[in-house]
Design a protein. Sequence first.
Length: 144
Amino acid sequence: MNAINFRNSKGNMFIFFLIIFSLASCSKKIQFTNSAVVPAAQGYVKIEKDNNRNFLMEVKIINLANPQRLQPPKPIYVVWMETENTGTKNIGQLKIISSYFSNNLEGILKAVTPFKPARFFITAEQRADIQFPGMQVVLKTNTF
């Protein structure tokens, strides 16, 4: 009968938890603040740095209103990123997903950028390929 080497098992468990902790600590989750335009909307931006020193971003919003119901109505939502050195960047159109069981909309966007983000905000826009944000800011994060 072989004896179990607990000393080695404890060391392996320590290494396992150290790896899990270091992977979890590499990402940052920033909450969007409450909105006067879409009061029920809640969401976050999750940011990770990849091996190439790019920033991987995942935006997720729940309880989002249809942009065509805003005043004035717009067809889409665009996510913007403010950077420390390069100004404001359009990172893409928020993909809207609706549920069969609810009228609540969910917005999702995944993007990659070489620029270090400092703040995010979402605007309602006529087109996705614009270079400057409009005045209708729907959600925003604080500077981090």
